[in-house]
Every structure is written in structure tokens, then in C-alpha cells.
Design a protein around this ligand. Sequence first.
Ligand SMILES: [Cu+2]
Length: 181
Amino acid sequence: MKSMPALLFALAVGVAAVPAAAGDAVKGPIAVTGAWARATPPGAKNGAAFLSVGNGGGEDRVIGARAAVSDKVELHTHLAGSDGVMRMRPVESIPLASGQKATLEPGGMHVMLIGLKQPLKQGSHFPLTVVLDKAGEVTVEVDVQGPGAAGPMMMQHDPAQHEQHMADPAHRQMHEMMHGK
Ligand SMILES: [Cu+2]
């Protein structure tokens, strides 16, 4: 093994380990901001996390996410089916053009936490790693807000969209169908 790559690797790890404000993290051109999740009731199998990913560099894409709080973590979006009903669908990646910001929010894209090991408690936080194709991994602390929270940018949310997301039985049913849990 050559010494220089090892040194560079050590430096990179050191930079990545610098603590950031809760909910925000920056790595190179990528800024993950406003990470939050809704508290889940006892026994809930799934949860969702929301955040924004800003890209100040060249074209990239979010290719996945990881968290220790659940068995599986998937990228999801909401799409209208042929019956006009919005349903969650897994997506393989979220494209991020140069200078673009992707916003994951209730009623739209989200990080799905499938098979929660314990309820997400309001006021707690947990680490979530966002994986990018080119920029690599960015780990952010996710703030757990109240069960009816609309997120840090509440004023920008369409109340109808919020209502729809709160129709939880459908949300849950979809997952039980998709994942057999
Ligand atoms: Cu979902």
C-alpha cells in the first residue's frame, strides 16, 4: 500500500467526522439540510424522513440512504395511480443537476424507514446517511418532530397535501402490501 492514498483517506475521514448542526451536513458540493422525521406511535412498523439535498457541484444523484433505526431504508416518491389516488413508490435514485436542490417533503419524495426497531420519539434524533453517486456519503442528524408535524418549512406546505399524507391507514397498507410486513 502506498502511503499517500492512506494519508488522503485519513484526511477525508477526519473532515467527514466534523460535527454539524442537527439536521444539516455538508460534504464537498453537497449540502443536506433540514432533516426531520415524524414521531411514530408505539408499534408502528414504518416511518419517513424528509430533507433537502443541495448540489453546488457537477451533476450527481442520490442513490440511497442508510439508517440504523430500521431494517430497511428506501427512497420513495408519491405518484398518482390510474385511479387518481396518490401512492408511494420506491425510486432507484433522485437526480441532482448541477446547482439543483431536491426537496424531500410530506406528500412527495421521502426516505422510507421500513421495519422500525423502536418508535421514533419526538425530541430525539438519529443519524441518517445519504448516499450520492459521485459525492459519496453524507451523514446528517434527523430531528424527530411531533406526529402531526409538517416540517421546518410548514408555511410552504399545501394543507391539502398535508391532509393526504396524514391519511395514515393507506400509507401503512401500501407498505404492508409492498413489503409483506
Ligand atoms: Cu414511503
